[in-house]
Design a binder for this molecule. Structure first.
Ligand SMILES: Nc1nc2c(ncn2[C@@H]2O[C@H](COP(=O)(O)OP(=O)(O)OP(=O)(O)O)[C@@H](O)[C@H]2O)c(=O)[nH]1
Ligand SMILES: [Mg+2]
Length: 503
C-alpha cells in the first residue's frame, strides 16, 4: 500500500517536473545554470529558495512545479506543501538561510499576502531575503506586487534577464562576515539568524569561508558534547520526518531543546536539490525551542560527514540538548551518519518487500534499534510479524556493543504508539553505555573517524587543486576515454605529478 502511495507520489512529481522543463526552453535553463554556477564559484554554495504557498490553499502540483523549476536552474530548494502563516514561513526562511522565497499560486498572488510576508521578514531583520511571486498564469502587470514588497514575478519568457537581476540583488545584500567572534557570540546568544549563517559558512566550499568556519568550530568545541545525538535512517517514505515530528513534540513537552538536521541528496544533473519537506514537521517547525535545518549533500559524501559533524557542534554550543540527524537510507549516507551519533535508529515498514528495504546487512549492522513504523490500522498485525522476522534476523548478527543488543519494536508516527518507548530505549542505551565506559570510547573513536574524514577530504581537495594535476587531468581523461591508457596507469601518472605542497 505504502509503496503504491510512494509510486503515485513519484509519478506526480515526475509529471510536475516534466511540465516545468517543457515550459522553459533548454537554452534558457543552460544560461541560468551558468549564472547559478557562477554564484557557487563566488559564494561557495548554491543560491537557495524556499517555495511555499504561504497561507493560501495551493495544490501540491503547483508548488512542486516551481520547486522543480528552481532545482533545474541549479538552486537548492526548500519546499513547503502545507498552508503556513507568514510568520512561520519567515522563521523557516531564516533557519534555512535562503536567499529567495517564491510564493507559489495557481492564480495571481495577492499583494496583501506579499506585504504580510515582507513584514514577517522585517521582524526577523531579514529584509535581505527577496520575495518572488510565482503564478501559473503570471499577470501582465507586476507593479502592485512589487509595491507590496515582491522583487518580481516568475515569467518563463523573461526569466533569464530577471534571474540575472535577482541574483545581483542577492549578492549586493549579502553580508558574509569573516569575523569568527561575531558568529561565536551569536551562537552562544542563541541568535537563530547567526546560527543559520554559521551553518551556511560550514557548508560553503570557499577556502576563506572554511577558514572562518574552522575558527568558529575550534572555539565552540569546548561548549559542545553534552547533547544526545540521534541518527534516524530508512528508505524514502518510511516515515522518518513524521516520526521526528511526533518524537520531537514529545521531547519538547519534556523540556528539551531540539535541533533537527536533515541530510538530502543533491541532483547530480543540475547540481540543485529539492530539500526535505518541513511540512512533515509542521508542529515542530512552529516550536520556539526547535531548529530544523535541511542540508544538501552537494554531491560528495565525505563533505556531508564533515559538515554535519560541525553543524552538530554549532547546535550543541547554542544549547540544543537533543540533536536528530535524518538521513535517507540509500547509499552511504547512513553509514556516515551512524559514525557521528550516540544512537542510530533504523526505520522500516512491514510487508513492503522487506528484502529490498535491506536486510542488507550494512544498515542493520549499524542499528542500535530497529523501529517498524506505520504500525497502525490494518497494518498492526503485519508490523508485529515483521518485528518477529527482524528479531530472529538480528539474533544471528554480532551485537554492536558488549552491553547492548539492538531491540526491534513497532511504532506509529501517526498514533504515537511506541514513540515514547523509543525515547526510553535511547535513555537506557545511554545509561548502559555510559556505565560501561563505551559511550566515551564511542565518542573517542568518532573523533578519530572525524580526523580521517578530514584527512581524506583534505587530500582529495589538494589533489584537484594541484597545478600539475589540473594540467594533466584533461589529457588523462581523454586517453582513458579513448582506451589509449588504462585507468590504473592514468592514476599512476597523476599521482606521480601530485606532490604535496606543505603550506
Ligand atoms: N499510516 C501511517 N502513515 C505514516 C506514518 N508515518 C508516516 N506516514 C506516511 O508516510 C508518508 C511518508 O512520510 P515521511 O515522514 O515524509 O517519510 P520520510 O521517511 O521522511 O520520507 P523521505 O524524507 O522522503 O525519505 C507520508 O504520507 C506519511 O503521512 C505512520 O506512522 N502511519
Ligand atoms: Mg523526510
Amino acid at each position: 500500500m505504502d509503496i503504491e502511495e510512494n509510486k503515485n507520489e513519484t509519478r506526480k512529481n515526475n509529471r510536475a517536473e516534466m511540465s516545468a522543463f517543457n515550459a522553459l526552453p533548454n537554452e534558457s535553463i543552460v544560461l541560468i545554470r551558468k549564472k547559478t554556477n557562477a554564484f557557487v564559484g563566488e559564494y561557495g554554495r548554491r543560491p537557495r529558495v524556499l517555495v511555499t504557498g504561504v497561507d493560501q490553499k495551493v495544490h501540491g502540483r503547483t508548488t512542486r512545479w516551481f520547486a522543480s523549476l528552481f532545482s533545474e536552474m541549479g538552486f537548492d530548494v526548500d519546499i513547503s506543501l502545507l498552508q503556513q502563516t507568514p510568520r512561520l514561513v519567515a522563521k523557516t526562511a531564516v533557519e534555512n538561510d535562503v536567499d529567495f522565497i517564491c510564493v507559489a499560486s495557481p492564480d495571481t498572488v495577492s499583494p496583501s499576502l506579499i506585504s504580510h510576508l515582507a513584514d514577517a521578514l522585517d521582524a526577523h531583520n531579514k529584509e535581505d531575503i527577496l520575495i518572488i511571486a510565482g503564478s501559473e498564469n503570471p499577470p501582465e502587470d507586476d507593479h502592485p506586487l512589487v509595491r507590496a514588497g515582491a522583487t518580481g514575478i516568475v515569467n518563463i519568457h523573461r526569466l533569464v534577464g530577471d534571474m540575472d537581476n535577482w541574483l545581483a540583488q542577492v549578492k549586493a545584500g549579502m553580508d558574509v562576515s569573516q569575523d569568527p567572534q561575531h558568529y561565536v557570540k551569536g551562537v552562544i546568544d542563541q541568535d537563530r539568524r547567526t546560527i543559520a549563517k554559521a551553518i551556511t559558512l560550514i557548508e560553503s566550499a570557499l577556502p576563506a569561508h572554511q577558514k572562518t568556519a574552522q575558527s568558529i568550530i575550534n572555539q565552540l568545541i569546548p561548549l559542545s558534547g553534552n547533547a544526545i545525538r540521534i541518527g534516524v535512517s530508512g528508505v524514502p517514505g518510511v516515515g522518518k520526518s513524521s516520526f521526528i515530528e511526533s518524537f520531537g513534540i514529545m521531547l519538547i513537552k519534556k523540556g528539551y531543546h531540539l535541533a533537527v538536521l536533515a541530510v538530502d541528496p543533491s541532483s547530480s544533473r543540475s547540481g540543485g536539490s529539492i530539500l526535505g519537506d518541513k511540512t512533515r514537521m509542521q508542529g515542530l517547525s512552529m516550536e520556539p525551542h526547535v531548529f530544523i535545518r535541511p542540508s544538501p549533500t552537494g554531491g560528495t559524501l565525505g563533505g556531508v560527514a564533515r559538515k554535519t559533524r560541525e553543524t552538530m557542534v554549532v547546535c550543541e554550543a547554542a544549547g540544543f540538548d537533543v540533536i536528530i540527524v535524518e538521513t535517507v537510507g540509500v547509499g552511504q549516507s547512513e553509514i556516515a551518519v551512524s559514525s557521528m551519533v550516540d544512537f542510530f535508529l533504523v526505520m522500516l515498514i512491514a510487508g513492503a518487500g522487506d528484502e529490498i528495504q535491506g536486510l542488507k546487512r550494512g544498515i542493520i549492522e549499524f542499528a542500535d534499534a530497529i523501529a517498524i513504523n506505520k504500525a497502525d490500522g490494518d497494518n498492526i498485525q503485519k508490523a508485529k510479524e515483521a518485528k518477529m522476522d527482524y528479531q530472529s534476523a538480528l539474533s544471528v548478527l554480532c551485537p554492536p556493543s558488549r552491553v547492548w543488543s539492538p531491540p526491534v519494536l513497532t511504532c506509529s508516527a501517526h498514533t504515537m504508539d511506541g514513540v515514547d518507548t523509543i525515547w526510553e530505549i535511547i535513555l537506557d542505551h545511554r545509561e548502559k553505555l555510559a556505565a560501561s565506559g563505551e559511550l566515551n570510547e564511542k565518542r573517542r573513536k568518532q573523533s578519530i573517524d572525524w580526523m580521517w574524514d578530514l584527512v581524506e577530504e583534505g587530500l582529495i581537495d589538494r589533489f584537484y587543486k594541484h597545478s600539475k594535476v589540473i594540467k594533466l587531468l584533461p589529457k588523462m581523461i581523454e586517453e582513458v576515454e579513448t582506451g589509449k591508457t588504462i585507468a590504473s596507469a592514468a592514476l599512476h601518472k597523476l599521482l606521480s605529478q601530485f606532490k604535496l605542497d606543505l603550506d
